[in-house]
Design a protein around this ligand. Sequence first.
Ligand code: 0X9
Ligand code: ZN
Length: 413
Amino acid sequence: MKKMFLKSIIIFVLVGVSAGSSYEGYKVYKVTAKTEAENDFLRELELNPEFDFWSKVNKIGKPVTIMASTSVQSEFEQSLLRNEIDYSVEIQNVQKTIDLESEYHRSRSLPIGRIAFDQYLRYGEITAYLAQVAADNPRLATVSTIGESYENRTMNIIQISDGNGRKPVLFIEAGMHAREWISPALALYIINQLVENESNRALLADLDWIILPSMNPDGYEYTWTTNRMWRKTRSPGSECWGTDGNRNFGFHWMENGASDQECEEIYAGKSAFSEVEARNLRDILNATENVLGFISLHSYGQLLFYPYSYEVGAVPDNWKELDELAHKANDAIAAVDGTEYTIGSSTEILYPAAGCSDDWAMGGAGIDMVLTFELPGGGPNGFDLPPERILPVVTETWEGIKVIADYVAQKAK
Ligand code: 0X9
Ligand code: ZN
């Protein structure tokens, strides 16, 4: 039985019957390999459905986060000790953290069309906010639809422009991975600052902004209703649901770091662009002229990187320019509260992964300036940054986004 299949049964039990026992006693480990042999040991475990890798096997020295069911824990700990592999137990009982999590699933709803950064928003609230911003600021903001998601949710973008002629475009994509809630929250903060904070008008002088706050609305809603840790889209397969949208783009599709197994978290889909959400983003990028910059927002890890990720060592001609810009963005972020990002090419600081939207934005759509953020983590699962951390994270990251935007605007001159 494949692990996601197992997981969906667990989640079904959790939600459908009682919130009692599903992850009771499950532990989460942080394991740091010192050698390639130790990494090979972890790769073997990845195939075992009793283990759920919350982060992928990484470079030597980079910790990997693994959830283990109760039945394998003692054997697992013994082999770690026997082989002198460094590890720590991060979560003693996953069920407890899930119970705590339900506190994040607040009952307070926002007045329609309003925004707050002390809570995460449901998809309907995101949509309502976009509509309200556009209605209140018709000269600055226009909402349009790029298509529907698999479950027929409307996918909206908002274009923010001061209307004084056409300018180069900076496109921001958020919410590709359902559980990475801080990503849409940052996209909304960017919209809020650009439109509702008049002191930011200069940011529209030389640039038009297009923001897609939710690249995966079905998955996002599923994280609210059913499984907080869902990552993929919600299109059905024969055994398991969902495709990793960030492996589905048609640039070196399936070459590395992607899976053809539909139950895997990094399932690349039946074919490139099999997912309607990926096609919607592809089509709008192809149809929009003069997109000079593309930023993809993910979490977590405090990483800031540039293409390519389809193969180790593949970098674009302008990687030095991107590297310098990333350092400048990082400096601006760090100046707020000391948060530092690790900067580099995707494969250098993370892992090879083909079919990502950022790779396609550059290699497929021909956009020159492409950067991806893995925003800070927090909360018991890393992806579930507590609501009180939203504002500090979005405000500091906004400083970095402005640096990137300024650069893109000046470059076009
Ligand atoms: O694996 C991913 O899709 C991203 N990491 S995440 O933990 N948010 O899932 C990283 C993708 C980064 N982009 C490329 N590597 N091109
Ligand atoms: Zn992600």
